[in-house]
Design a protein around this ligand. Structure first.
Ligand code: ATP
Length: 247
């Protein structure tokens, strides 16, 4: 059974349809990347999955339950965790406090302060530092670590590379590899939005291309090319473009 099933999902900003009838299945342990041009609806889709943006139509099934109208904090408690674009840490609290604050909603699982620090060793010397004084990469690591502290079953990551130096991005992705690790105790199901296509191909099992709120192409990353994905950014459907999918 899919851990996450999206059925004909619609989400709006006022009169604008940002997500238009998307259907997707996510298997446990899978890493799925959402790609597409600015305004394609990727952030709105992630926010709708997390419950911080309302469902206009369709439904979201999480672990067999319809969570379409379940408030965000209850979805988080059930194991759907969003790391939003822009990180949103408590700037005056220390790294340790930022991590521990997530423990209140903690479910049982492999993630605790010590395993998060194992995955993000760059945070160890910064535990007592105020989050607002950290570099962008350290803040991003803290934001992901904080989400992990809830022991999510599905982790939603929105543009975690945004505004980071190449070195910091590398550091964060090195750590992510640990948590996406298949067959390890930490194997976490991930949906991520990433603008860097090379990185997308490196980390994702499956790539879903969005354009103007719709899925225009999708496939296993091992079976898609960069050219196919780029073509879908602009709505081109060459003969070799992967098939549009609805599930
Ligand atoms: P980006 O990569 O730029 O974040 P995206 O693929 O994540 O793009 P969204 O941010 O979900 O796309 O935006 C989808 C559509 O919804 C766009 O047309 C955008 O202008 C619109 N939109 C997004 N947020 C709002 C908002 N708060 N109010 C009104 N319209 C919005």
């Amino acid at each position: 059974m899919s851990i996450l099933r999206i059925e004909n999902l619609e989400a709006r900003h006022g009169l604008l349809s940002a997500v238009r009838g998307i259907s997707l299945d996510l298997e446990e342990g899978e890493t799925l990347a959402l790609v597409g041009a600015n305004g394609a609806g990727k952030t709105t889709l992630l926010r709708t999955l997390a419950g911080v943006h309302p469902v206009a139509a369709g439904r979201i099934m999480f672990d067999g339950q319809d969570v379409s109208t379940v408030p965000a904090h209850l979805r988080a408690a059930a194991g759907l965790a969003l790391v939003p674009e822009g990180r949103r840490l408590f700037a005056t609290m220390t790294v340790e406090e930022n991590l521990l604050v997530a423990r209140s909603a903690t479910r049982n699982g492999p993630w605790n302060l010590s395993t998060v620090l194992e995955a993000f060793p760059q945070l160890k010397p910064k535990l007592k530092a105020a989050a607002g004084t950290l570099s962008g990469g350290q803040q991003q690591a803290t934001a992901i670590g904080r989400a992990l502290m809830t022991n999510p079953r599905v982790l939603l990551l929105d543009e975690i590379s945004l505004g980071l130096s190449p070195l910091a991005v590398q550091g964060v992705y090195d750590s992510l590899r640990t948590l996406m690790g298949k067959g390890t105790a930490h194997g976490t199901t991930v949906v991520l939005v990433e603008q860097d296509l090379q990185r997308t191909f490196e980390v994702a099992d499956r790539i879903v291309c969005m354009l103007e709120g719709r899925v225009v192409a999708s496939g296993r990353s091992s079976e898609m090319t960069r050219e196919q994905v780029m073509a879908s950014y602009f709505g081109h459907r060459g003969t070799d473009t992967p098939q549009a999918v609805t599930s």
